[in-house]
Each structure stands twice: as C-alpha cells, then as structure tokens.
Write a protein that binds this ligand. Structure first.
Ligand code: GLY
Length: 422
C-alpha cells in the first residue's frame, strides 16, 4: 500500500487545491492540459448565451453495422432505435438541457481544468456553468442528480467554497434519498420503462454525493442510504465472474424481478462503461467507509476488467463481449472511468502498482493522437471515440462530455500520486 493512508487520500482534494502547477510536468501531460484548456474555453465561449450544456456530437450509423455489433436480427431492436438525425446534423454539437444526466460534466471539467492549470478564466467559466444548474436542486425524477450536482457543485465547493453550495448539495441529496426504498434497499434509478423497480450499476456513482453531504451536515442518514444501496447492489448485480449486469429490477419485496441490459450488447454481456462504474463505485465506498467487503469487490471487478479488456491499447471496446472487428467502436469514456478508479484503488492495496500502471497506460494512450483532439476540432471536446448507447444507435464513436470529465479527474489523481512511493 502507498504511504498515503486512505484517510489522507480523502483529504487530497483539499491539500492539492492551490490550483498552481508546482513542478515541471511530463510533456504528454502538458500537451493534454493545453488541449483541454483550449477546448473547454472555446466551448464555454461558444455556449455562453445558451441555457444548454455541450454533450456530444451527433453521429450516424447503419442498421447493418448495429446488427453486426449486437449479433442480433434487426427485427428485435429496430423499433427501439432512437431516430437517426437528419444528414445536416451529423457531426454538429448535440447539446442537452440542465435536466439531462450529463449536465454536470462540463462544469466539472472546467473545475478540474482550473485546478490542474491555475487558469483563472477556466474558474470564471466553471462558476458560470455551475450556476446554470441551480434549478436542478429541486429535481427528483431520476437518480442521476448525484452525477449532475456532485460533479458541478461538489467540485465548486472544493475549489471555491461558499455556504450556499452546501444547501444546494443537501437539497439534492434529500431528493436522491427520496428515491430510496427501505424494503428493496436501493435507490430507484429510472421512472421510465416497463421494469417494476429498475436499478442500474451506474447508480453506484451517485453515492459520492450522499457521502459528501453526510460529512458536510454531520447527518448519518445520507451515508446509511449509500451503504445500503451498495450492499444490495453487491448482492444482486454481479455474476460469479464479477462482471456486472446493467439493469436489475426488483419486486416490491426486494426479490429480483429481472436482470437485463439497456446499453450493452445483450442481457448477459459485460457493457464496458458499466464495469467502469462498478469498480469506481466500490472503490469510493471503501474510501468512505473503510469496509473491506467493498474493497474486495472493487479488486475483484478491477481484476475482471484487466482480464476482459482485450483492446491492445486498453481503450475498451464498447462492450467486452462485442465481436472484435476493425470497426468495433472503442469507448474512451469507459477507459477514462477505469483509469480514474484504478488510480484511487492503487492507494488502498498492497499491489497498487499493478492498477497504477494500468491507469497510466490508459492515460498515455488517451493523450496520444488517436484519442486526444487537435485544438479547435472535435466540436470543442477533449477526447474522441466514445460510445453512448450502441443498441439505441445513439452517440457511437463520438466525443462525450463525461469521457472528458473522467479523463481530467484521472489526470489530477495521476499527478497527485505520481511522485509518491508505493
Ligand atoms: N449513466 C448512463 C451511461 O453511462 O450511459
């Protein structure tokens, strides 16, 4: 284990908030941060008069391509496809409103880029775009409010604290807890669809908001909800090989109604980003609780990822069970989430170097020409080549605001750890 204890890692966010790069950094990191700052400032300027957030670029697809990747007959999924955008929209910015699940990532990226560079203009933009989300504190229609508000306001509190941010985060945490069912022991993810009580693995990512607010308010209730959700999910979401289902729906008595996928190749496949959410979520749960069952789960999932991620450069194929062909899309967002999670995990285990080195390889590859955008291209996003939801024909081989967010977070974690001995 690194000389840092898990407690000091929790405090790292506070210790490293001077927002001044202290020592000379490696050339690939300087380049990455230069591109990131340029792209984020460009997008912030372009969207300054909008009420929306940048999400991705519109992509097109052919049904033949989807059939091949899904290894299904078209008749079984064509009805559920989201409409193809008109030709003139292809490659243009796909923005989203503040109630979209991804709305917190652009402000969050601005905060991380500010923290990594000390560039005051990025801070001004971070404040501007975070404030845009203020109405979301009243929203309770899905579980994603954890992502939305902790990535934006949560980082704002770390880097530019004020009391009103605490009340925004607390109100959001109350709304997230209102979606918790004691009998089932989970927060409900979605209100759409035919499932009785759907919970998706992505929901593990919303627990950080609850841990955060528990510490801010000294109210254990938020933390108890997070812990119970993580325990229930650990019991029902994982297969014996530690791959995770995407959706588990529960009956009212807490028994499982069904296990399915929404964004993966099929119900029994290992959707890449879902595996990333799982290792990230359980690593965070260990950081916050010290419960070694959560650490064991994170390590099992991490080791499964190391085995199942067969992409030569470690930038995952969109689903670990996708047929590997020359045109099988990579998901840079999954790789960025995994890198960020592995860096934190590396601080908690005796063989941390294994996870650190894996994350380092991902980060170096994401920072190379195959994935890092040239300044002024890629619609103003930082990374190319992610996948939103292939079964819906949506956001395939495109930049995504959350790929950029977890990439910057991973760079921050990497720099914090780089010069510490194991
Ligand atoms: N949370 C939705 C996704 O990962 O696409």
């Amino acid at each position: 284990m690194r000389t840092t204890t898990f407690l000091s890692f929790v405090l790292a966010g506070v210790v490293f908030t001077s927002c001044q790069p202290s020592t000379k950094r490696e050339a690939w990191i300087e380049k990455a941060l230069d591109v990131a700052s340029y792209q984020l400032n460009l997008t912030a300027e372009e969207m300054k008069d909008s009420v929306k957030m940048p999400r991705s670029l519109w992509t097109g697809y052919t049904v033949d391509f989807l059939e091949e990747q899904l290894e299904r007959e078209s008749a079984t999924f064509a009805d559920s496809l989201w409409p193809n955008p008109a030709k003139e929209k292809l490659g243009t910015l796909r923005s989203c409103d503040i109630y979209d699940w991804t709305s917190g990532f652009f402000p969050g990226s601005l905060w991380y880029a500010y923290e990594l560079t000390g560039n005051e203009r990025l801070k001004e933009e971070a404040i501007r775009y975070t404030n845009r989300l203020y109405p979301v504190r009243k929203y309770r229609d899905n579980h994603d409010i954890g992502f939305m508000m902790n990535c934006s306001y949560g980082n704002a509190l770390r880097l530019a604290p004020n009391d009103s941010i605490i009340s925004v985060l607390s109100e959001t945490a109350d709304n997230l807890c209102s979606r918790f069912n004691v009998q089932i022991g989970c927060i409900r993810s979605w209100d759409f669809g035919t499932w009785n009580y759907p919970v998706i693995i992505d929901n593990m990512m919303n627990l950080d908001l609850l841990f955060h607010v528990s510490k801010l308010t000294d109210d254990m209730r938020y933390r108890q909800v997070a812990i119970q959700h993580a325990r229930t999910t650990m019991k029902h979401h994982f297969r014996p090989d530690y791959t995770s289902y995407h959706v588990v729906s529960y009956n009212a008595d807490g028994t499982v109604e069904k296990r399915q996928t929404h964004q993966g190749k099929n119900d029994e496949s290992a959707w890449a980003r879902g595996q990333g959410w799982a290792v990230y979520g359980y690593t965070a749960c260990f950081r916050e609780t010290g419960d070694t069952l959560f650490l064991q789960e994170a390590v099992h999932v991490a080791d499964m990822i190391r085995k199942r991620n067969t992409a030569p450069d470690l930038i995952c194929y969109w689903d670990f069970d996708a047929p590997v062909k020359a045109d099988t899309p990579r998901d840079a967002s999954a790789a960025a989430v995994i890198a960020s999670a592995f860096l934190e995990l590396s601080t908690f285990v005796p063989n941390g170097e294994v996870y650190f080195n894996y994350a380092e390889t991902i980060l170096k590859n994401l920072s190379g020409p195959a994935y890092l955008a040239q300044k002024g291209t890629n619609g103003g996003f930082i990374l190319m080549h992610s996948v939103g939801s292939l079964p819906h024909g949506s956001e395939i081989d495109t930049p995504l605001n959350y790929a950029d967010y977890y990439y910057l977070e991973a760079l921050k974690r990497y720099l914090d750890l780089k010069n510490k001995p194991f």
